[in-house]
Every structure is written in C-alpha cells, then in structure tokens.
Design a protein around this ligand. Structure first.
Ligand code: GCW
Length: 672
C-alpha cells in the first residue's frame, strides 16, 4: 500500500556525501502541510539512507534542509529572489550546496517540493538542482465514484475507503494514506462521492463525517469536495420543488452549504451531474443548465467554493434510424448557447472525448466551443472500458495525445492543455479531474501496474509537458527499484499496452466494442447498435462506421474549429485511427497503410493479442528481481489478460467475418 512512496534503501554503490544532517521547519504547527513535509522528509531520508535528521536551528543552517513557505523563509532569512516567480502551490527546490531549500509559495507548495526532493533521492538522482516548479493549472482533482453503501461505481479494488452502510466511515486511516499519495503527485482536491449522488450525504451525521474526512486530508493539502444530487431539496429537504430559480430552493442550498462549510471551512467545492443518464436537473423546470449550475455557484461563492458542472449531458434514447442523430454532438448542442452565462466560480468539466472514455476518441469539440466559460478535462484512471485493471493499459500516452491536441481555434495554436489551464481563452479557473475509484484493496486500484496511471495523472495535471515514458520510468524506479532489466521490461510492457489493447478491442476509431449495456467488460460488438445509447458502429454486411461529416452525416466534424473540421470532413485527411469515428466506409475501403478496413481488423486483432501473450513472457523474465508477492500478483493478471485477449481477438474477428463474409487473407478467420 506504500505504492510509489516506499523510500527503499538505495543500492550500496550510491553514496551521497553532502546529504544534510538536520532539518529546519519554518512552521511546526501539527497537522499543517509544512509539518507533514518535515515528517515526510525524516521518514524518507531514514528509509533511503538510514539516516536520522536532527532538529536544525537557524543559527546553524549549514548541512540543513530548510522547508517552509516563502513568507516564513523571508521572515527568518531575508529577501529571496526566486519568491517572485512562485505561483499558487508552486515551490522552489535547491540542493546546490550542502544546504537544501524547499520553499513553497504556500504550505502545500512546500509539501510538494519535499515530495519532489524525496522522489529524486529515492531514484538516486543525487545531483545538485535549483529550480522553480509551478502548476500548469489550479484545479488538480480526483473524482471518486463511491456510493454511500460502500460500493464503488466502476471501481475495481474492493469497497469504499470513505463510506459504509450509508454513512461516512469512522476509521479514516486509509483516507489519510490516500491523501498522502495524492499530495506526492500534487493533487489538491478530491470529490469523495459518486456523481450519481445520494442526498443522504447531506444529513447532519454525514456532514460531520465529511468533516472527519477533510480533517484526515488537510495535513496533505488535499481539499475535500462532494457531488450533489440536483433533486435534494425535494427528495431530502422536503420542499415541493427543486426548481433552481425558486427562492426557497436557493435558500435551502445556501443553508446546507453553510452547514457543510461550518464543519469543513476549506471545502474545495461541488461536483454536479445533472440531466444525464436519469439524473435530475434543471431541464425538468425548463431552466437552463447554466441556471442550474449557478444556483450551486451562488451557495458556494461566499465560502470560496468552486462548482464543477459536468458536460456529460446527453439523451440516451436516440434513434439509430435517423442518419443524422449523434450522441457525439450532444455536449456542444447543450452548452454552446450557454457560453458566458456561467458564474465565475463555475467550471464545466468535459470528458476528453465526445462519447465516453473509449480506447480512442477525438478530443471533445466542446473544449473550443466554450471561450467565456472555465473548463476542466475529465480523465479516467479507473479502467472502466479498458480492462478494469485486469489488462495492463498505460494511459499516459492516450492522455498526452489529447492534451497536446491542437484545436486551432481562430487559426491560432489552441492545445487542449492550454485551454484547460485557462491560458488560451484567459479564464480564471481550469484544470483536470481524474476518476480514480481506489478501494480498500492494498494495491489501491486492484493491480500494481495500474498505479502508473494514477502517478502519471497527477503529474500531468501539474505539468502536461512531461513525457509519458519519463513519468513511467520514474514510477518504476520508485515502485520496483533500480534494476535495469526491471526498468526496461516494465517500460516496454507499459508503452506497448495501449496500442495492443486498441488493436485487440476496437480499432480505427470504432470505439472499444465492449459490452456497453451492462458490464463494460469483454467483447460484445453486438451491443453497440440497435439501442438508444448512441455508441453506434452502423455496421452492416458491406460497410461500417459513423458518418459524422457535414456534407452527408451528423455534422459532428463541423463542431470543430475550421482547420480541424476540414481534416475530419474528408476521408483522405482523417487519420486511420479515427476513420470509422468520422466516416462510414466499405469493409474493402483501403486505408493509408494500403490494407482494407476488414483486413486491418483481422490483422490488428492478431497483433494485439500476440502482444498480450508477450507481456506474460516479459513479466516472467523478471522472476527473482521483484518480491514474490507482487511478482505473483501481476503474473496472475498478465495471464488473465493473455487469455482474455484471445477471446477478444476471436470474438471480434468472427463477428465481422460473419457480417461481411469477407475472407481473411491470412486464412485465420472464418469457418473452419
Ligand atoms: O459511462 C458512464 C459510466 C457510468 C458513469 C457515467 C458518468 C458515474 O458507465 O458508470 O456514472 O458514465 O460518467 O456519469
């Protein structure tokens, strides 16, 4: 359960002559993030070097680590140049002489700097450094889809660490441990309950429980937030309505909000899923989504709270016989006229793609539609459609593609990462929300290897310019140590895992082809069509794909800024990996690679499944280099994945063979 915070001893040959021998803490209030930083530094240096740090004094600052805020530092030591460069939550780290400075813009920054320093030490990166690190965006949150009964929606690591039998748990030990992990990757907020929210969270007993959770998280600088059920004033508060423009409803939310802030004065804010998948919302009263969001914004505003309002609003009863119907259009259709109508403490939280966390999607066009509204990106660390932690899928490469994608709004550079940071459209707020869904399992996510996703998520939210492989290798060293072969092997396994999963599930942008009706697990291409969910493939005997062009299809390509729209509008310029997302083509259509669509299906399913077999071999080659417990735990999953990949390969290939009756050139698929 230590995950990447093991502080394992360095190999013998790494010496560190100038390691400080004492620590000076510029705020010793118990429970403050700087106090936590001090404890963490002691613990880490003890673990890594077997060395106990003394208490330093300001008169003897040589050979000391000095940790605290810029303000506190200046009080004791005078002016400090780099202070001017620090932004909120940022820090300055310098280990140039035999003095180490870890100076935060605020207490949280000092804690982040301490974790950064320890991460360097633990990785044997012992050279002198001196730099300022500032966050790319202010909102770096996780979302946890935990239910009050202790179950977790799309959680794959056992029951909730937050709730049990309808109430907040009494024992918050794991909550504090989780907050510690999150602080080490610079996450500053956590929504603790499911977006499909239960109003009983607002009972006095549970509000007090939320206070307990926040108290456990506060030493780590992680602020608590909660999801709200839109209908609470009626279903829980006993009012006759939940109309957001009814003054009684407004007053009810203000009152509840005051109660929560009385117990959790630093609460981060609210998350709201409204008018989506059966959840109540303002549309019931013919009020706009903005009017709904602003109701919460008014209640949270006096307390400095933020409202994250989800853009995942769509109609799940659409009609496939209408060639122009398209769920992918929903977010822009619902939100475009509301741009600029949200209060300034509202942030619209947008899933990375227009549908739903598929193995490959284009970026959601809404990121470029909203120019006068703050936005955040929603990513999934939990592998809902991506093998539910029984398949290795390292997601940082996927997230990087999304974050680095240039929307070219107004023909100007408009990378998604610069939109969500607030920079591109000059918005005051923005950032990332990652759906994590940790559970009580000691591995946190149910699988050791999937923790690289959590690690990368947090650090990419801080700095999206970091490389996927670089993050991965840091994580491997921290998790499994310094053995070169381990580092190389786990790197290779992880870096090929997303392409492999895409290959043996749904490729060419057709979506994941998993069972979308119930489990979201395992192959079931037949569930995609003939229902109202709108995850259609429109596959028939001759052709496949959604025509999302403006000239002949749903018009979705036209939701993008013109330069991008042009690329997606034409079959010639659409990248192969999104071909079937934007176009309806014959199985015999030739890709840029020269292969036909159907042959590409057959081949890539064989390739992907073969890679899954290799992963077992590769992991096996590490026997003896990793402790038995983790070795066996991972091996079990890799074997499962290898078998399941064959099931995937054969079901998908057979399905499209049956439909198209086109032979596999290599003679593998068909009736034997
Ligand atoms: O795709 C769906 C998931 C639901 C989830 C929903 C959402 C929390 O299958 O489990 O509900 O997305 O993101 O709201």
């Amino acid at each position: 359960s230590a995950a990447w915070l093991r502080y394992a001893p360095l190999p013998h040959d790494s010496s560190h002559s100038s390691l400080p021998s004492s620590i000076i803490t510029l705020n010793s209030t118990r429970g403050s993030p700087v106090y936590t930083a001090q404890q963490e530094l002691r613990r880490g240096i003890q673990g890594i070097f077997g060395k106990t740090l003394n208490n330093g004094t300001s008169s003897n600052q040589h050979g000391a680590i000095i940790v605290g805020t810029a303000q506190a530092y200046q009080k004791s030591y005078g002016e400090f140049d780099d202070a001017k460069e620090l932004e909120e939550d940022g820090y300055f780290l310098s280990s140039e002489s035999n003095q180490v400075l870890i100076i935060g813009q605020n207490e949280r920054g000092a804690l982040y700097g301490s974790f950064d320093y320890l991460s360097r030490l633990a990785q044997g990166k012992l050279g002198a450094v001196s730099y300022v690190s500032n966050p790319h965006a202010s909102i770096r949150w996780t979302n946890e889809w935990d239910n009050m009964d202790g179950s977790i929606e799309r959680g794959y690591a056992g029951p909730s660490i937050f709730f049990e039998n309808g109430f907040v748990t009494d024992n918050v030990t794991r909550v504090a441990e989780y907050a510690r992990l999150l602080a080490s990757i610079r996450i500053n907020g956590m929504i603790v309950n499911n977006v499909n929210a239960n109003a009983t969270l607002l009972s006095p007993r549970n509000i007090n429980g939320l206070g307990r959770l926040a108290d456990a998280m506060r030493p780590y600088g992680v602020q608590l937030g909660i999801s709200l059920n839109f209908a609470s004033p009626q279903t829980f508060g006993g009012l006759s309505t939940f109309d957001p423009l009814d003054p009684a409803v407004d007053a009810w939310w203000a009152n509840i909000t005051n109660q929560i802030y009385a117990r959790v004065p630093d609460m981060a804010g609210y998350l709201v899923k409204a008018n989506s998948e059966g959840q109540p919302g303002p549309l019931t009263y013919n009020r706009t989504l903005a009017e709904g969001a602003n109701m919460f914004a008014r209640a949270a505003k006096p307390h400095g709270g933020i409202v994250m309002f989800r853009a995942f609003v769509y109609d799940n009863h659409i009609n496939e016989s209408n060639w122009k119907a398209d769920r992918a259009n929903a977010a822009v259709e619902f939100f475009q006229d509301l741009d600029g109508k949200f209060d300034d403490n509202v942030v619209v939280q947008i899933k990375y793609g227009p549908i739903d966390f598929q193995v490959r999607e284009p970026v959601s066009p809404l990121f470029s539609t909203l120019r006068n509204t703050s936005t955040a990106i929603e990513l999934q660390v939990t592998q809902e459609y991506l093998g539910q932690q029984t398949h290795l899928v390292y997601l940082a490469p996927l997230w990087k593609e999304i974050l680095e994608f240039d929307m070219k709004a107004d023909n100007r550079s408009s990378k998604v990462k610069d939109i969500i940071s607030g920079e591109r459209f000059r918005r005051p707020l923005g950032g990332s929300a990652g759906v994590v869904n940790v559970g009580t399992n000691t591995t946190w996510l149910g699988s050791h290897l999937s923790m690289s996703n959590l690690y990368a998520y947090g650090l990419l939210a801080w700095d999206p310019a970091l490389g996927a492989e670089e993050l991965l290798q840091d994580w491997i060293r921290l998790t499994f140590g310094h053995d070169k072969k381990v580092i190389e092997t786990v790197t290779e396994m992880s870096m090929k895992s997303w392409p492999a999963y895409e290959n043996y599930t749904g490729n060419l942008g057709i979506q994941t082809l998993t069972d979308i009706l119930y489990t979201h697990f395992g192959p079931n291409p037949a569930t995609m069509d003939n229902n109202g969910w709108g995850q259609w493939t429109r596959a028939d005997k001759f052709s496949i794909g959604m025509d999302r062009t403006v000239k002949n299809g749903t018009g979705n390509a036209g939701q993008y800024p013109s330069e991008v729209a042009k690329v997606y509008e034409s079959i010639e310029t659409t990248p192969d990996n999104l071909l079937l997302w934007f176009h309806h083509v014959n199985y015999t259509h030739r890709l840029k690679s020269g292969k036909t669509v159907i042959q590409h299906f057959y081949d890539s399913h064989y390739e992907g499944a073969a890679t899954a077999q290799d992963l077992v071999e590769q992991w096996n080659s590490l026997e003896g280099r990793i402790d038995v417990e983790r070795f066996e735990h991972v091996l079990f999953r890799q074997k499962y994945q290898a078998g399941h990949a064959l099931v995937w390969r054969d079901s998908i290939n057979q399905f499209y063979y049956n439909l198209s009756e086109i032979k596999d050139e290599a003679g593998r698929v068909g009736n034997h």
